[in-house]
Design a protein around this ligand. Structure first.
Ligand code: TYM
Length: 345
């Protein structure tokens, strides 16, 4: 691309998605949900429960719809307002599947083969993984670009997928000679919540798939459970809390707990260390547990309240799907025209 290639000049839009698989944890909350709520006042936001992504690994058909409702409830409970942001289920809007196919024909094998998350998720026996799991990040690009989204709030683990989305957008624009048609979406990853690590191992990310329950704080954990998990969280034998950021070097578990405190409180890591530096974990951990309960308790309570009325969640999701359809349908129609199909919409 030369420097004078026109770039996307359309309006800014935020898009992100969360899978309805397993219980949400603190990493999902701090890396994604909390940011969604923070963005909705000043941005045009579209937030999606990505149930098509979930079926890249086996799902129980009797539970899938309920899990979708649970994620929607978590969005609302975290402060996402369905009157401000579009919230819907991915499978309700055909644009995702359609654009994913077009992008499967734009993305190169080599690009997708480089995705580390596929390697992690497929494990040793990748021959037995579904083809869907392999092209998962292509569907992710379709999610974002079906809305011409310019900004994508995610945790750090999604960085590589976002790079692929940019590559696909750039190649589509070039291959079909439509400079600036798709934006090159920017990840919004900043802040201490972007990479929450396991409570048992500060070098591994907090994850739904970790078999150890005590490695993560789930959004549905009650106060006792949260306190217990934080009390048991791994630290180290290198002494008290450090007073500055340099002192966190080589102490991944402590760095993680300080990062969690910072993300929950809104204080900077420096401020947290200024407060707790020189104190023992016996002082820090109870303070962290109290803060976590104070911040997560209302979210959990709201989630439970919303889940008691599934019809209301379904009604909200149906309205969201209509709004999402309205935004994406004209974009898909243009894409069909660009590719040259006989049938345009
Ligand atoms: P998912 O469902 O695994 O996770 C949802 C969001 O939570 C973030 N996250 C974390 N953030 C900080 N620390 C952690 N330990 C942590 N674990 C998870 C994830 O980065 C994500 O933002 N592929 C995506 C879903 C997706 C999507 C999209 C995202 C599908 N299409 C389009 C953005 C745009 C995923 O599996 O997220």
């Amino acid at each position: 691309m030369t420097d004078d290639t026109p770039t996307y000049a359309g309006p800014e839009r935020v898009f992100s998605g969360v899978q309805p698989s397993g219980d949400l944890h603190l990493g999902n909350y701090l890396g994604a949900l909390k940011k969604f709520a923070d963005l909705q006042d000043d941005h045009d936001c579209v937030f999606c429960v990505v149930d098509l992504h979930a079926i890249t690994v086996p799902q129980d058909p009797k539970l899938l719809a309920q899990k979708t409702r649970e994620i929607a409830a978590a969005f609302y409970a975290a402060g996402v307002d369905p009157d401000k942001a579009v919230v819907y289920a991915q499978s309700a809007v055909p644009a995702h599947m359609e654009l994913a196919w077009y992008f499967n024909c734009v993305a190169r094998m080599g690009w997708v083969e480089r995705m580390t998350q596929f390697k992690d998720k497929a494990g040793k026996d990748s021959e037995r993984a579904s083809v869907g799991l392999f092209t998962y990040p292509v569907l992710q690009a379709a999610d974002i670009l079906a809305y011409k989204a310019t900004h994508v709030p995610v945790g750090e683990d999604q960085k590589q997928h976002l790079e692929l989305s940019r590559d696909i957008a750039e190649r589509f624009n070039r291959e079909f000679d439509v400079p600036g048609f798709f934006p090159l979406p920017e990840p919004l990853i900043k802040g201490p919540g972007a990479r929450i690590m396991s409570l048992k191992d500060g070098t591994k990310k907090m994850s739904k798939s970790d078999p150890a329950e005590t490695s993560r704080i789930n959004l549905i954990d009650d106060a006792d459970m949260i306190a217990k998990k934080i009390k048991k969280a791994k630290t180290d034998v290198l002494g008290d809390m450090p007073s500055d950021v340099d002192g966190l070097e080589g102490r991944p578990e402590v760095e993680n707990l300080v990062g969690i405190y910072s993300a929950l409180s809104g204080d900077s890591v420096d401020q947290v260390l200024a407060e707790f530096g020189g104190k023992g974990f016996g002082a820090f951990k109870p303070a962290l547990a109290e803060l976590a309960c104070e911040k997560l308790g209302p979210v959990t309570a709201k989630m439970r309240e919303l889940l008691a009325d599934p019809a209301e969640i379904d009604a909200r999701l149906a309205r969201g799907a209509e709004a999402a359809q309205e935004i994406s349908a004209p974009i898909i129609s243009e894409v069909r025209d660009i590719i040259g199909f006989w049938h345009k919409s």
